[in-house]
Design a protein around this ligand. Structure first.
Ligand code: PLP
Ligand code: COI
Length: 355
């Protein structure tokens, strides 16, 4: 069935998969909704986006994405409240960051209407795929990659923008144990660490595998120059609570400017929690652990929301974090998810109604 919704052509699937999905036991990002948004860049401009059935993409073996990794992505979530209203969280920030990433990878920037109208139309078409169960949401993955052909190591002349969605449960189950990385780096000054470039994640897999072999789930990334400063927690920003102060590293060209991170900073401050955005050394965290002032560490990002860290490894010593009755992680997670899911007032204007 073809239709035009919000000026976007919609080609609906004839074979919905929705009845085969168990919405009560969703994993993260492993089943995909019926449709996706697709938009091509060719002849020097972005063409009209369309909603099409979710399915494989055909590419020439010389497509530059395969050889030179020219690709960027975003991660967002849609929520449905008790009245079946659909909500996004700060979607324009994801749109802007996608273009910041694209610019760094020499990918043509997307017009706002392609991203926003495309996303809203897709969500309306697949609204039945948005889970209502507490802790579940529709994970949204917008991405752009070089579909243009040729072995020449230069930017492609054709790109594809796709938004695919996946009804999802939580990213991690329970608390995680992390290894503070002393050898490998995820990013460097002047590099692409601030961009959500696909290659940044590929580069993390091997060091993370090594950490997993040692019994950890994630790596805490430190600065590439000295490995003395704490920067990110896997694919999340990191917060450390020493006494009653929350500390997080300042963003830089090595660190992703996380939307969850900046929301948590504002939320915590609005509740009277002291937040310091400053460089934080591994030594300071180790010393705080030894003298009992280290109370919590947690990762923050769209997929995991807030992921408490139970222990960290550093130079062959494992440091356990104490259990907190007044955990900032739990408190802030509840505050932010209540705003996201329309269970609480949103004094910041972050929530975005899809209509
Ligand atoms: N840091 C990295 C490297 C990430 O991949 C992500 C995930 O998106 C984040 C931080 C958190 O960013 P956000 O809160 O915008 O999802
Ligand atoms: C997100 O938090 O949305 C991310 O993009 C992390 C991801 C690599 C799963």
């Amino acid at each position: 069935m073809n239709a035009l919704i919000n000026d976007i052509a919609v080609i609906k699937t004839k074979h919905s998969k929705i009845n085969h999905v168990d919405f009560d036991s969703l994993k993260f990002g492993s089943v995909f909704s019926d449709h996706m948004l697709e938009c091509d860049y060719k002849d020097g401009k972005w063409q009209a986006p369309k909603v099409v059935p979710y399915g494989p993409v055909t590419l020439d073996p010389s497509a530059k994405i395969f050889h030179y990794g020219q690709s960027v992505f975003e991660g967002m979530k849609a929520y449905k409240d008790t009245n079946d209203t659909i909500w996004l969280f700060r979607p324009l920030d994801n749109f802007k960051r996608l273009n910041i990433s694209s610019k760094r990878l020499a990918i043509p920037e997307l017009p706002e209407h392609v991203f926003m109208n495309g996303l809203k139309t897709l969500l309306q078409v697949d609204k039945n795929w948005i889970p209502k169960k507490e802790g579940s949401s529709l994970y949204i993955r917008p991405f752009v990659f070089a579909s243009g052909n040729g072995f020449h190591a230069s930017p492609a002349n054709a790109y594809k923008f796709i938004i695919a969605t996946a009804p999802s449960g939580s990213y991690f189950s329970g608390e995680v144990s992390v290894l503070i990385e002393q050898t490998y780096s995820r990013s460097a000054n002047g590099g692409v660490g601030f961009a959500k470039a696909g290659g940044n994640y590929a580069g993390q897999f091997y060091p993370t595998q090594l950490a997993v072999e040692k019994g950890f789930q994630q790596v805490i990334w430190t600065d590439d120059n000295t490995h003395e400063y704490i920067e990110e927690a896997g694919a999340m920003n990191i917060f450390v609570r020493i006494n009653d102060t929350l500390i997080t590293a300042p963003t830089s060209d090595r660190i992703l400017d996380g939307i969850t991170r900046k929301s948590i900073i504002e939320l915590a401050e609005s509740k009277g929690i002291k937040v310091e955005v400053r460089k934080l050394t591994v030594n300071e965290v180790v010393e705080a652990s030894k003298n009992g002032s280290l109370k919590e560490m947690f990762g923050a990002g769209t997929a995991a929301v807030i992921s408490p860290i139970a222990s960290f490894g550093y130079k062959n010593v494992k440091y356990e974090l104490p259990k907190q009755n007044d955990s900032y992680a739990n408190y802030l997670k509840k505050l932010i998810t209540d705003i996201q899911t329309n269970k609480a007032e949103d004094p910041f204007g972050w929530r975005y109604k899809v209509e």
